[in-house]
Design a protein. Structure first.
Ligand code: NAG
Ligand code: NAG
Length: 232
């Protein structure tokens, strides 16, 4: 037990330092050619932390995955909170809506739980953009803004304009979705947001009005510009 832990830890640190060295190497080599995430944030970082609604929309739109918590239906942990990872969008790269959209299969833990209880909480963190790391902030540092959105999950009805918009947006940001196994009955889901809790700078929890959050005029085009810089 002790031995395997030691091996695991040394493998981890070996891998960690190699990954770090490779990363450094890449950044030095291509500093002037390939826009790294660091470069991106020097150009267009998050908004002023005092602007809560703007910050909330920025974090949601700039994150491309979320942790999602549901009430488990797995027999051994029935009723326990259970978390999973989902790739998300809140609109197309240049058309943010604030509404988180998901591509789900009924075979997955999350969708199974949602058939019994549609309540969920979604977490996104600014650290997903590597901004916190670039500032040397720990992921739990309150300046490393995170949003916890709670609400009831709903299927988006196939054939509606919202379905077309959300599915295209999901496939734009997550091209791998086009190759997901076709027999898994994929559907598009969204959260009807009941509460937006936020850790944003010092001074305790913040709450953002759902109405102000959804109504905020923001396209989030910086994500498209970043993507284009990476792929041109
Ligand atoms: C952005 O998406 C909304 C749907 O959420 C749509 O009504 C609007 O026309 C879109 N805007 C652009 C510029 O594509
Ligand atoms: C949203 O902001 C843009 C400029 O950033 C402006 O042209 C547009 O009129 C605004 N829309 C609304 C509904 O306020």
């Amino acid at each position: 037990m002790k031995w395997s832990l030691t091996v695991a830890l040394s493998l981890l640190s070996l891998y960690g330092s190699e990954a770090w060295a490779t990363q450094r190497h890449l950044e030095e080599d291509h500093e002037n050619e390939i826009p790294s995430r660091k470069f991106h944030h020097k150009k267009a970082g998050p908004p002023d932390h005092n602007k809560l609604v703007e910050m909330a929309r920025y974090v949601m739109h700039n994150c491309d995955w979320a942790s999602i918590a549901t009430i488990s239906t797995q027999p051994a942990i029935s009723g326990f909170p259970f978390t999973n990872v989902k790739s998300i969008v809140d609109g197309s790269m240049a058309n943010s809506t604030g509404m988180p959209y998901f591509y789900m299969s009924p075979l997955d833990f999350t969708a199974r739980d949602l058939t019994k209880n549609t309540r969920a909480t979604v977490l996104v963190s600014l650290e997903e953009t590597r901004y916190c790391e670039s500032q040397k902030w720990d992921p739990e540092d309150p300046r490393c803004t995170r949003l916890m959105l709670s609400g009831k999950m709903k299927k988006v009805k196939e054939g509606t304009p919202e379905y077309t918009f959300a599915k295209a947006a999901l496939f734009e940001r997550h091209p791998a979705m086009a190759h997901f196994p076709p027999d898994h009955n994929w559907f598009v889901a969204k959260m009807k947001i009941a509460q937006i809790a936020m850790v944003d700078w010092f001074g305790g929890a913040k709450y953002v009005s759902v109405k102000d959050y959804l109504a905020y005029n923001y396209t989030g085009e910086e994500v498209l510009h970043y993507y284009n810089r990476l792929h041109l």
